[in-house]
Design a protein around this ligand. Structure first.
Ligand code: NAD
Ligand code: WQD
Length: 336
C-alpha cells in the first residue's frame, strides 16, 4: 500500500517516512526542495533499506501532481509541504497564503479525481491562537492566530474538513503538533534549518557546536515557574509514530478527526537549556533578552484523546530529545 508524502524531504516528513517504511508501508515523496535536500530522502532509504520514489515538483502544480497520482496510486496522502517560518509569514503574508493554501487545494483536487480518500494534515498548536487556556484540548477554541502562518493552518483545517463533509467516504485527520524537536537516533536525519534558526532547539545546538556565540532567552518575566516561556516539546520520532497510528485510524474511519500530538508536559526555556547541558555535557552560554513579540507564556497539550482513540502516547524524554538533537547536529555540523 503506497502512502504519498508531500514535503517529506523536510524535517518531520523524513522521520515519518522512516516510521511508515518500518511499519511496512510503501512511501512515495514529492518535494520541491525549497527548504530541504534530496539527501534526506537518500538517508531515509539507507536507514530502512527500502526505496522511496522521490518526485521533484511543486505540490501546487496540478499537471505534475496528476502524473504523480497516476504513477503512485496512493491509498492515503500525508501533507507536510508548506512554509513554516512564523516571522517570515508576517513580512511576506501572500507568499505563505499562496503556497500553503494552493498546495492543499491542488492536492485535495487530485485526490478527488484519483479516488484517494485518506488525508492526513500537519496542523499546529498555533491554531489555538491566544484565546484558549492551557492545556489545550481538541475542543479548545481556535482562531485569533497571531500571524499569517497560523491562519494558513486554521484555514486549511476548514478546507480539509469541508472536503470530508462533501464526500462521506473521505477521512481527514488533522494533527496539531506542539513543538517538535530531536532527531532519529542514528544521527543520520534531523532538522536542517537554513540561515539562523528561529526555533529554540536548533538555536541551542548551533550555539553548542560553535556556529552561534550564545542563546538569547526571550524574556524571563513571564508568569511561569522560572519566568521563561513554557512549551510542550515532543520528540520527532514520537511524532512520526503518531502519524503511523493516524494512518491506521484513517484507513478504518470516515469524517474529520483532530488530534493534539505533544507530551502533555510543559518545559521552560531554561529547563531545556539545562537538560541539554546535562544530556550532552556541552555548555550553552545564554543571555536574557527582551520578550519576542507574539510569544505566549505557556503552551502545552492535553493529549488524552490521541491516547484513547489512536493508542498513541509520546514515550521519549526531554533528555532523549536533547541527546538526539545533539547527535544529529554534532555529526552533521553543516546539515546535509
Ligand atoms: P520543513 O520545512 O522541514 O518541511 C517542509 C517541506 O515542504 C520542505 O522539504 C519543503 O521543501 C517542502 N515544500 C514547501 N513548499 C512546497 C511546495 N510548494 N511543493 C513541494 N514541496 C514543498 O518543515 P517541517 O518542520 O518538517 O514541517 C512539516 C509540516 O509540519 C509543515 O506543514 C509545518 O507547517 C508543520 N508543522 C511544523 C512544526 C515545527 O515546529 N516544525 C510545528 C507544527 C506544524
Ligand atoms: C520556544 C520557546 C521562545 C528561540 C513555533 C511556532 C509554532 C510551531 C512550533 C509550527 C519560546 C523561546 C526561542 C530563541 C528563545 N511551528 N526562544 N530563544 O514559538 O513555541 O513555536 O514553532 O507550526 O507555530 O510558533 O517555538 O522554538 O520558536 O520557541 O528564548 O532563540 O523558546 O520565546 O518561549 P514556538 P520556538
Amino acid at each position: 500500500m503506497t502512502i504519498l508524502l508531500t514535503g517529506a524531504a523536510g524535517y518531520i516528513g523524513s522521520h515519518t517516512a522512516v516510521a511508515l517504511a518500518e511499519a511496512g508501508y510503501d512511501v512515495a515523496i514529492v518535494d520541491d526542495f525549497s527548504n530541504s535536500s534530496s539527501e534526506a530522502v537518500r538517508r531515509c532509504e539507507e536507514l530502512t533499506g527500502r526505496k522511496m520514489p522521490l518526485y521533484e515538483a511543486d505540490v501546487a502544480d496540478k499537471a505534475a501532481m496528476e502524473k504523480i497520482f497516476a504513477e503512485t496510486k496512493p491509498e492515503a496522502v500525508m501533507h507536510f509541504a508548506g512554509f513554516k517560518a512564523v516571522g517570515e509569514s508576517v513580512a511576506k503574508p501572500l507568499k505563505y497564503y499562496r503556497n500553503n493554501l494552493d498546495t492543499t487545494l491542488t492536492l485535495l483536487e487530485c485526490m478527488a479525481e484519483a479516488g484517494c480518500k485518506r488525508f492526513i494534515f500537519s496542523s499546529s498548536a498555533t491554531v489555538y491562537g491566544a484565546k484558549a487556556a492551557v492545556p489545550y484540548t481538541e475542543d479548545s477554541e481556535t482562531g485569533g492566530c497571531t500571524n499569517p502562518y497560523g491562519w494558513t493552518k486554521f484555514m486549511i483545517e476548514q478546507i480539509a474538513a469541508g472536503a470530508a463533509v462533501a464526500d462521506p467516504d473521505m477521512s481527514v485527520v488533522l494533527l496539531r503538533y506542539f513543538n517538535p524537536v530531536g532527531a532519529h537516533a542514528s544521527g543520520r536525519i534531523g532538522e536542517n534549518p537554513s540561515g539562523i534558526p528561529n526555533n529554540l532547539m536548533p538555536y541551542i545546538t548551533q550555539v553548542a557546536v560553535g556556529r552561534l556565540p550564545h542563546l538569547n532567552v526571550f524574556g524571563n518575566d513571564y508568569d511561569t515557574p522560572d519566568g521563561t516561556g513554557v512549551r510542550d516539546y515532543i520528540h520527532v520520532v514520537d511524532l512520526a509514530a503518531g502519524h503511523v497510528k493516524a494512518l491506521e485510524y484513517a484507513l478504518g474511519h470516515t469524517g474529520t478527526e483532530i488530534f493534539n500530538l505533544g507530551t502533555g508536559h510543559g518545559v521552560s526555556v531554561l529547563e531545556l537549556v539545562h537538560a541539554f547541558e546535562k544530556a550532552t555535557g556541552v555548555k550553552v552560554p545564554y543571555e536574557i533578552a527582551p520578550r519576542r513579540p507574539g510569544d505566549l507564556a505557556s503552551v502545552y497539550a492535553d493529549c488524552s484523546k490521541a491516547e484513547r482513540v489512536l493508542g498513541w502516547k509520546a514515550v521519549k524524554s526531554v533528555e532523549d530529545m536533547c541527546a538526539d538533537s545533539w547527535r544529529w547536529q554534532s555529526s552533521n555540523p553543516n546539515g546535509y
